[in-house]
Design a protein around this ligand. Structure first.
Ligand SMILES: Cc1cc2nc3c(=O)[nH]c(=O)nc-3n(C[C@H](O)[C@H](O)[C@H](O)COP(=O)(O)OP(=O)(O)OC[C@H]3O[C@@H](n4cnc5c(N)ncnc54)[C@H](O)[C@@H]3O)c2cc1C
Length: 479
């Protein structure tokens, strides 16, 4: 049977998918993350805020975990042998408050759906990842970051309150000043403190729906990093795409794109006709090129990276781009994760603090010297982290590398990189992980025990359970 695919539910080719998932409540389903590398079976239960309590009471011994759109790369939204609860998006309950520039929305609503409503009203989300197919629940539970972390922080920094259903089905209304411990344990808590039912968070007012983008092709890593450091205070959005296959004097060459929300006076006559026009589903102007399945090898990826680098302008300033083109170009290629073949892909994302630039460089040299075919890699600068116990960002440099899973030599290389990252005071991103060890997480997240104690307070029996929580030992303590 042909498996229909939709960019919405990220269960890839493992099950039939559709915008409103047809799998009936209680049906055992094979679920995976975006990397498709470690699928497992669970009962997938669609819930609304009204049916959530009954579904929580009905959880088996193996427990349950919330799932958004399955855009985490690894296993945090899977629960082998247990239940997985998915909040149905209720777009009709989205409420914008123009006075406070905030929105209140159900946690099952996606950034995709939200943008279609808020952009024409003159707002943008405070933080967006590289795909708009994530839910607000998933954005908070992973405390996602965007290209503006150095300027605006991560998603959790903008949440003014949220309602959380606990394991005993109590719904608590928490905020940075109402049970701050539980609030910050939930920001980046990977769904393991409860199910976020809805949240209120700040929006960015915008004059237009266009981005004013500066693109710069840069021949070496050192120059890219120097430019990113210089523009911290003046540029809101910044990201560099790095060619990890380049070596020697081209090590870490790449393309830096900086952007701001365009103001009305920056628009040409054509765009000014409807300055807040937004069409999330539109094709991007220059579709990203991705090789066909089975063609991922050092040669093809090297050729791809070369073409991509050469086609970038040496410098281009003030180019107007749409929101999807600047923020979400990969969404055009719905199931690009399949390019990596049967074993799926992993994304290795880490952060090292400022001062550890030498370690970042060593990591890049080691990857560059390995025989692994690695596409463009994303480098960003983070500003200071927030009080979230398991929130990933900390002031420093983050690198995200996509690579086909199960490649010979990959585990050894990653173990080696883990040690470099951890010795430098860095850490790994739980939303991308499916191969790090409990010890690596413990070292990278020094407030883990504090978080475990809070989890023990609200979920002593460990009702909230996922493949990730079992794999990494994120199980509650009760004292
Ligand atoms: C192409 C691509 C680009 C990406 N770019 C970025 C990026 O730039 N920055 C970044 O930070 N991340 C990025 N990500 C990762 C993504 O933003 C996160 O994994 C995000 O959490 C996915 O949201 P989701 O709705 O799909 O959640 P899922 O993947 O389904 O779940 C993620 C976690 O959220 C929990 N969760 C979901 N809903 C709820 C709820 N209602 N209550 C409590 N917990 C809940 C789940 O239990 C799980 O632990 C990217 C992913 C992809 C595929």
């Amino acid at each position: 049977m042909a498996m229909p695919s939709h960019p919405h539910y990220g269960v890839g080719i493992l099950q039939p998918v559709a915008p409103v998932d047809p799998v009936p409540s209680g049906r055992r389903t094979l679920l995976a993350g975006w990397g498709r590398a470690t699928p497992s079976s669970a009962d997938l239960v669609d819930v609304t805020p009204d049916t959530l309590a009954a579904a929580v009471k009905d959880l088996p011994r193996r427990g349950g975990i919330a799932r958004g759109l399955g855009r985490s790369y690894g296993d945090p939204a899977q629960n082998s042998g247990g239940h997985v609860l998915r909040l149905v998006p209720e777009n009709e309950r989205i409420v914008i408050d123009d006075r406070t520039c905030t929105v209140t929305t159900g946690a099952g609503v996606s950034i995709d759906d939200l943008l279609a409503i808020i952009v024409p009203r003159g707002y943008f989300v405070p933080v967006t990842p590289g795909t708009r197919f994530v839910t607000i629940g998933g954005a908070i539970a992973s405390d996602i970051h965007g290209k503006n972390h150095h300027a605006d922080g991560s998603f959790g920094d903008h949440v003014s309150s949220l309602r959380l259903m606990l394991a005993d089905t109590t719904v608590v209304d928490i905020a940075p000043d109402r049970d701050p411990e539980l609030f910050w344990a939930t920001i980046g808590g990977m769904g393991l403190t409860g199910v976020i039912v809805d949240a209120t968070f700040r929006l960015i007012p915008i004059e237009t729906s266009r981005m004013s983008v500066e693109t710069r092709r840069i021949g070496h890593l050192d120059e890219i990093m120097a430019r990113m450091s210089e523009s911290d205070a003046t540029v809101r959005y910044s990201v560099a795409w790095i060619d990890l296959l380049a070596t020697g004097r081209h090590l870490g060459r790449g393309v830096l794109t900086n952007a701001e929300h365009a103001t009305a006076d920056q628009l040409g006559p054509r765009e000014a006709v409807d300055q807040l026009a937004y069409a999330g589903k539109q094709l991007v102007a220059v579709p990203p090129v991705v090789p066909a399945p089975g063609l991922i090898n050092r040669l093809s990826v090297g050729a791809f990276n070369e073409v991509w680098y050469r086609k970038a302008p040496v410098v281009r300033e003030g180019e107007l781009q749409s929101i999807p083109t600047y923020f979400h170009p990969l969404d055009l290629v719905g199931a690009w994760n399949r390019v990596y073949g049967r074993n799926g892909l992993l994304q290795y994302q880490f952060v090292v603090p400022f001062g550890a630039e030498g370690v970042l460089r060593t990591v890049i040299e080691r990857i560059s010297a390995s025989a692994l075919p690695i596409f463009l890699t994303v480098l960003k600068r983070f500003g200071a982290g927030n009080p979230g116990h398991l929130s990933f960002p900390l002031g420093g440099w983050t690198l995200a590398i996509d690579v086909a899973a199960n490649r010979a030599g990959l585990s050894e290389l990653l173990r080696h990189l883990d040690a470099l990252v951890l010795d430098a005071g860095g850490r790994h991103y739980l939303a991308k992980d499916f191969q790090t060890s409990p010890a690596a997480i413990r070292r990278g997240y020094p407030r883990l025990d504090e978080w475990l104690a809070i989890r023990g307070r609200v979920d002593p029996a460990g009702v909230w359970s996922s493949d990730l929580s079992r794999r990494l030992g994120l199980t509650p303590t009760t004292n």
